[in-house]
Design a protein around this ligand. Structure first.
Ligand SMILES: *[C@@H]1O[C@H](CO)[C@@H](O)[C@H](O)[C@H]1NC(C)=O
Ligand SMILES: *[C@@H]1O[C@H](CO)[C@@H](O)[C@H](O)[C@H]1NC(C)=O
Ligand SMILES: *[C@@H]1O[C@H](CO)[C@@H](O)[C@H](O)[C@H]1NC(C)=O
Ligand SMILES: *[C@@H]1O[C@H](CO)[C@@H](O)[C@H](O)[C@H]1NC(C)=O
Ligand SMILES: *[C@@H]1O[C@H](CO)[C@@H](O)[C@H](O)[C@H]1NC(C)=O
Length: 564
């Protein structure tokens, strides 16, 4: 625990003459599934996370562009956490002002991170409410889970405003597992009456993506990770059973290398089992970490905890897959912008972050009585991560070509501009597909378009609580599969003495679909209204906002990615 420093420079604090909201556009409504159960005891300790303003963000972005662009002389020249820290660390002034402000409220229990751009402080509710004007902390419960959040927005005085990006622990609620799964599942069950195949297993995936028995990890220092933020955990015995049932045809590990965070007790979760079992089946024999970040305290945001952790550990796996997302419109611009900076910090260090594109197709937001629009999800819509969509087999009884899985999340961000690396691919789609595009009022053609890639996402077998379960579906299945494939490519690169792939998108888009199985059929779901009648975007040759560039053909992809 690092105590607050004392500062000799006198700083003048005018009494609250003017104050401003750090996150004026943050949704503070309680999600439907939570119940508010009363005010927090004023003496209760809360854990709040202060995101301090960083320096050199433009340079960070430029560095990311260079180290991820295969045509740049800096390609693969990754930074250490130390380097990142020297680059973005908040200015002396920012650090002093924030420490002084917290100190003046008697707040002393703060932990910092290596990059000094986050402070996590333990603060009583009454002090937090005076520090952050407008905040009002309540208890909320959902299915036995209990959190503390503020029911109203917070502001800080003007002299502090310019030194902070946001304060975490007030608004965003923990995610719900398999949010859209039950809905998709019921439609699926209907379809399955037409007949359905044996299901997706590691052997099916390895066959489809052309992984032979010897395509398994061998490099010394390679590793991969899955991150989970739910009130659930994976059970080592499930992984073991899964591998004995489904792992006979390839060399693999049957144990997780490291668990970061606290594993709960009780039943295993489907999501947790799925992620671990499948990243370890395509990224076979590669040491795997599991981050289970549930938020140790009721006032913590689990996803933010993981983000903070990335800035405080120098030795982390190269590939991370994350099945988590929120509606972009429910999050503040300040929060998303800062999270993007955190993704850039990971990217310049050579880490590949893969996010599931979501399970509600293009999504739907009701604007008013008559009008709807698609609803992008974040971090899927971040320009600084690789987003993975979903597919199904065209012939459900055979390991053949793939078509769109209609749940596959995809679309255009309303918050982030289209990054340079995808402009020509996306514009080509918009131009050639013009006739079949949804009405322009439903989406924003100037935004970051996703997903970038895809993999099968339908009818997986998962072992959970020692029972093999069929029909598990969603982009949370396809994401660890693609993660494992990229990990294998990293493995071969490491063996050749080449740097890992890092932030993959600039290189992926330069491949123009080469070495990927293009998915060209099917549409994903969206608003059930008269105008679009449940149809979002449709797959097309080359890149599309349903399946990205398509699914991996491992040997071909390895061949093109083993050069430099
Ligand atoms: C970051 O790591 C250091 C030492 O490794 C530790 O003292 C500190 O508490 C950590 N910070 C947080 C926010 O956990
Ligand atoms: C299920 O199938 C029936 C007949 O095949 C169809 O009428 C109905 O609309 C379908 N339901 C859903 C939810 O797709
Ligand atoms: C990979 O799989 C496809 C389809 O299953 C097949 O046509 C191809 O020959 C395989 N091998 C390579 C190296 O692409
Ligand atoms: C692997 O890491 C260890 C230390 O963790 C280091 O000594 C060794 O040189 C590394 N091996 C390779 C192949 O990079
Ligand atoms: C469209 O996206 C841009 C960013 O790319 C944003 O500035 C603009 O506000 C968005 N428009 C709508 C209607 O959301």
């Amino acid at each position: 625990m690092s105590a607050l420093l004392t500062f000799s420079i006198p700083l003048l604090f005018s009494p609250l003459v003017w104050s401003g909201y750090l996150e004026p556009d943050q949704d503070v409504l309680m999600p439907d599934d939570w119940t508010r159960v009363g005010r927090v005891d004023p003496k209760q300790e809360l854990q709040l996370t202060f995101a301090l303003k960083q320096q050199n963000i433009a340079l960070l972005e430029e560095t990311l562009r260079r180290v991820s662009d295969p045509d740049s002389a800096q390609y693969g020249k990754y930074l250490t956490l130390e380097d990142v820290s020297s680059l973005v660390r908040p200015s002396e002034l920012t650090q002093k002002v924030v420490h002084r402000w917290l100190g003046s409220h008697g707040i002393k229990n703060c932990l910092t991170v290596h990059t000094q751009d986050f402070l996590q402080c333990s603060i009583t509710a009454e002090v937090a409410e005076s520090l952050l004007s407008g905040s009002k902390f309540h208890h909320y419960i959902r299915d036995g889970q209990s959190v503390v959040r503020s029911s109203s927005p917070y502001s800080v005085s003007d002299d502090i405003h310019q030194h902070l990006d946001f304060v975490g622990g007030l608004h965003r609620f923990p995610p719900k597992g398999r949010q859209d799964y039950s809905k998709a599942y019921s439609i699926r069950k209907n379809r399955s009456k037409a007949g359905f195949h044996l299901g997706v297993t590691p052997a099916v995936l390895r066959k489809r993506y052309n992984l032979t028995a010897t395509d398994v990890g061998a490099a010394q220092n390679n590793s991969q990770a899955v991150a989970q933020f739910l009130e659930q955990y994976y059970h080592p015995a499930d992984l073991d059973e899964f591998m004995s049932l489904f792992g006979r045809s390839f060399q693999h590990l049957s144990q997780v290398d490291r668990i970061v965070g606290t594993q709960g007790a009780g039943k295993a979760g489907l999501e947790a089992s799925l992620d671990v079992e499948y990243i370890m089946s395509t990224g076979a024999n590669i040491p795997t970490w599991v981050f289970t970040i549930r938020g140790r305290h009721e006032s913590q945001e689990p996803f933010l905890q993981w983000i903070v952790l990335l800035s405080n550990a120098s030795d982390l796996p190269w590939v991370h897959t994350i099945s988590y997302g929120d509606d972009e419109d429910s999050l503040s611009t300040a929060y998303m912008t800062r999270i993007n900076t955190e993704f850039m910090k990971a990217g310049v260090r050579g880490m590949s972050l893969l996010f599931a594109s979501g399970d509600s197709g293009a999504g739907c937001k009701h604007l008013d009585k008559e009008n709807n629009a698609f609803r992008p999800s974040f971090p899927a819509s971040s320009p600084y991560v690789t987003t993975v969509g979903g597919t199904s087999f065209k012939n459900p009884f055979k390991v053949t070509s793939e078509v769109t899985d209609y749940i596959s999340g995809g679309g255009f961000s309303n918050a982030f501009r289209m990054p340079d690396y995808q402009v020509s691919a996306v514009n080509a789609y918009l131009k050639t597909g013009a006739a079949s595009l949804p009405p322009p009022s439903y989406f924003n053609t100037s935004g970051r378009a996703y997903p970038d890639m895809a993999a099968l996402s339908d009818n997986y077998w998962v072992v959970t609580n020692r029972i093999p379960i069929p029909w598990v579906s969603g982009t949370s299945a396809s994401t660890p599969v693609v993660g494992g494939v990229l990990s294998l490519i990293n493995d071969r690169r490491l063996l050749k003495g080449l740097p890992v792939l890092g932030f993959f998108n600039p290189r992926l888009y330069k491949l123009q679909g080469q070495a990927l199985f293009d998915v060209t059929e099917g549409c994903h779901l969206s608003c059930l209204d008269e105008q679009v009648q449940g149809r979002g975007f449709c797959a097309a040759p080359s890149w599309d906002p349903v399946t990205g560039w398509g699914t991996p053909n491992y040997p071909a992809l390895l061949a093109v990615l083993l050069s430099e």
